[in-house]
Ligand binder design. Structure first.
Ligand code: DGJ
Length: 731
């Protein structure tokens, strides 16, 4: 396709406009679709975006290019930094060519080739504006081989930052932090001058993953405000930034939003002909607040060819039921009970392999422990299959305990400095899976286990950070290893899936420490947290859902007293909270009373009934005053059905909950509302709830869409840690 001087990419209500006329292309616009602009219109955009020339600054108006760097007068974070063994540090990229195309799926693509004669590298940047409106940016940097002059020098790449400029009205930053059992805790701050940088050096995104760095207009919420966000589709070290310089970011822009892989010094050194492919950075814009962003990411994930197409089976995971206490009879009893209540997939968690009686030993020895399982896993796996359930198995392939046969036989396979290993974490170290033999060993073990026991599902765990992740190079010296480790992991997952196309895999990392679009390209579900306390889960699930749709987020109901917080929660609160995702049970059903089993059975049936809606609908979250209550739900794409959870997390000073708007519904439709009380009624802090609530417990209450969506319903004040399930159908 011929490339015009100013290129407009348009898809999903989003527009990206790039001016190709200068030495390096400039990003003129990223945000709302500007419509079908003529050539003259695009040129007018380019012309009117040229800002003033400032006092005591470079003598040309500042620009923020697609590959910003100092040669253009830009003194913020550069798009890339590196050197030719100490030389050529002031890179000078220039436009070498561009191609525009449209994909069969409606995506709009721009490929820009830059040449940098100083650094002696070629750069290829691809902007792909997906039909969902998400802009996926890929970058490749190749050390040239044809230029004889410098071709014996390696190009040491310090890093690539993929950045886009934002307008001045983007004034508030939202990102995430967290810890084990409290993942994706949101944090907000104003955009100020300077760089707000989040670096991840854990070798995985981590429990404190920035996850989705979002900058929005003042007070942007779930339903309101304009927001721009970036996510790195990468499971290794990474870096996010929001930056503001006094001179702005070129044109009408003020703030820069960016991300990329965090490279350790020397991690990428390109020899002549070698290419560095940066992880894909996903940029999303919304004028409908955070729900507008999550809508786009959910659509993007749902459009993957590998997105699960079968109903998400109800899971029973054995961890909190038996921990390391593996006993065939007990587990068979658990499997029977699971099948009785309607479980469809049973996952045998940690503790099945050689020497794994607790968490101090065994990792690496991926052979069934004959002392505990004298007849292998078949007696359990076969019975689970006979009972009509799928069989899943926990593994943690990238890890190793020093107390293991593997560590004794291959200490050289352990990732770490040759001068001596640092402290263990959860008694374990990391296997250097970039070592081909170690990688082949894992593939053989996993392949054999999956084949031998007809394993339908792997829960793939990763419980420690990668401190001092170095491995010995051919010259006997230590080299940084996170990038190689991450790529080896992707290869391993890909190879295993190729051998077992029906196998499903869950990404777990001591809870939700590895949730990103890189791992999700190869897995089918994420474990968001080891905390199954519904009070914590309401928030962990709400924010995990910012990126990942409910059908990929594991939501398990566990014992009345949560194992990780020791807090007691009402049964209905636990069951309703666990309904909004890929549901499961994390409890010892052999100890449940007949009444508890009955309620689990009812809940399982409710999950089966509602999962088409839960797993295909659009996620909506209401903006409420204060933090004490939450209202979230899913609305079918045609807006004829919805399911909402009204939950109270804490008490608050006001008596009435007030009229609450139900987002996502059509205001020109008639609906009916009922409260699904099968798994229990919430207790309330009032003499009597609003009359419509009492009636909705009995049956359908007709309510026009305009009332639901624009006026709102008077909601009951629940007691803390209580939830109510509302079903809405078109009348
Ligand atoms: C951490 C996981 O998050 C848990 O669910 C469980 O699988 C344990 N590891 C097992 O060691």
């Amino acid at each position: 396709m011929d490339v015009p001087a100013v290129v407009a990419l348009r898809a999903g209500g989003v527009g990206v406009v790039v001016d190709l006329t200068g030495e390096v292309p400039k990003v003129l616009h990223w945000g709302r679709d500007l419509g079908e602009l003529s050539t003259a219109g695009l040129e007018a955009l380019a012309f009117t975006a040229i800002p003033a020339t400032l006092n005591n600054a470079v003598d040309v108006p500042p620009t923020f290019s697609l590959w910003a760097n100092e040669s253009q007068g830009w003194l913020g974070t550069p798009a890339h930094e590196g050197h030719l063994e100490g030389r050529a540090t002031a890179s000078h990229p220039r436009l070498a060519g561009a191609e525009q195309s449209r994909g069969p799926d409606g995506s709009a693509e721009l490929m820009v080739r830059l040449c940098d004669d100083v650094s002696d590298v070629d750069i290829l940047v691809t902007y792909r504006l997906d039909p969902t409106g998400i802009l996926a940016v890929d970058t490749e940097m190749t050390r040239r081989s044809a230029t004889l002059l410098k071709s014996d020098l390696r190009y040491h790449l310090a890093g690539v930052s993929t950045m886009l400029p934002l307008p001045r009205r983007a004034t508030e930053i939202l990102d995430f932090t967290g810890k084990w059992c409290r993942e994706r805790a949101p944090q907000r701050r104003p955009v100020t001058f300077g760089s707000y940088v989040r670096e991840v050096r854990r070798g995985k995104p981590g429990h404190d993953s920035p996850y989705l760095l979002t900058v929005g207009t003042s007070g942007f919420g779930f339903r309101e405000g304009e927001a721009w966000a970036v996510h790195v589709g990468w499971s290794g070290n990474q870096r996010y930034l929001a930056e503001q310089l006094p001179e702005g970011a070129g044109g009408t822009h003020a703030v820069v939003l960016g991300a990329g892989e965090l490279l350790r010094p020397g991690e990428v050194s390109l020899e002549a002909g070698q290419t560095y492919a940066a992880p894909t950075c996903y940029f999303a814009w919304s004028d409908r607040g955070l729900d507008g962003l999550s809508d786009r990411f959910h659509e993007l994930l749902r459009a993957r060819g590998t997105h699960p197409k079968t109903p998400r089976p109800l899971v029973l995971n054995t961890w909190e039921a038996v921990y390391f206490d593996h006993d065939l009879d007990r587990l068979l009893g658990l499997a029977e009970k699971a099948a009785e209540v309607g479980v469809e997939r049973l996952v045998l968690d940690d503790g099945w392999f050689r020497g794994r009686r607790d968490d101090t030993a065994g990792l690496g020895d991926w052979y069934v422990d004959a002392k505990v399982w004298p007849h292998g896993l078949s007696p359990l796996a076969d019975r689970v299959h006979e009972l009509g359930m799928q069989f899943g198995l926990w593994v943690e392939p990238e890890m190793i305990n020093l107390d293991s046969q593997l560590a004794r036989e291959h200490p050289e396979w352990i990732l770490g400095p040759s001068g001596g290993l640092g402290p263990p974490q959860r008694h374990q170290y990391v296997l250097n899976i970039a070592n081909e033999q170690a990688w082949a060993y894992l593939l053989e073990r996993l392949d054999t286990l999956v084949g031998e026991y007809s394993i339908d599902y792997l829960k793939w765990d990763h419980n420690r950070d990668l401190h001092e992740a170095v491995c010995r190079g051919a010259d006997g010296l230590d080299r940084p290893g996170v990038r190689a480790q991450t790529l080896a992991l992707y290869r391993l997952l890909d190879a295993l899936r190729e051998r077992h196309p029906a196998l499903e895999i869950e990404s777990c990392a001591g809870g939700g420490g590895r949730i990103d679009l890189g791992i999700l390209a190869r897995t089918d579900r994420v474990w968001p947290s080891d905390c199954n306390d519904p009070l914590e889960r309401q928030l962990i699930q709400r924010w995990t859902g910012q990126l990942v749709p409910p059908e990929l987020v594991a939501t398990h109901v566990s014992a009345a007293q949560a194992h990780t917080t020791h807090r007691h929660a009402a049964q209905s609160f636990r069951l309703i909270t666990a309904l909004f995702g890929h549901a499961g049970i994390e409890a010892d059903l052999t100890r449940s009373s007949a009444q508890e089993l009955e309620i689990f059975t009812t809940w399982a049936a409710l999950y089966r009934e509602l999962r088409p809606l839960l797993h295909q609908g659009r996620v909506v979250r209401a903006d409420l005053v204060g933090e004490a209550t939450v209202l979230h739900g899913v609305v079918s794409p045609d807006r004829t059905a919805a399911l909402f959870c009204w939950a109270r997390l804490a008490t608050s000073s006001e008596g009435q909950a007030g009229q609450v708007i139900f987002p996502g519904l059509a205001s020109d439709r008639d609906y009916r509302v009922r409260i699904r009380g099968e798994v229990g009624h919430p207790s309330m802090f009032q003499v009597a709830p609003p009359p419509w609530v009492s009636r909705a417990f009995e049956g359908w209450v007709p309510v026009p869409g305009a009332v639901l969506r624009l006026a709102g319903l008077a909601m009951p004040t629940l007691n803390p840690e209580q939830a109510m399930l509302l079903e809405i159908r078109a009348a």
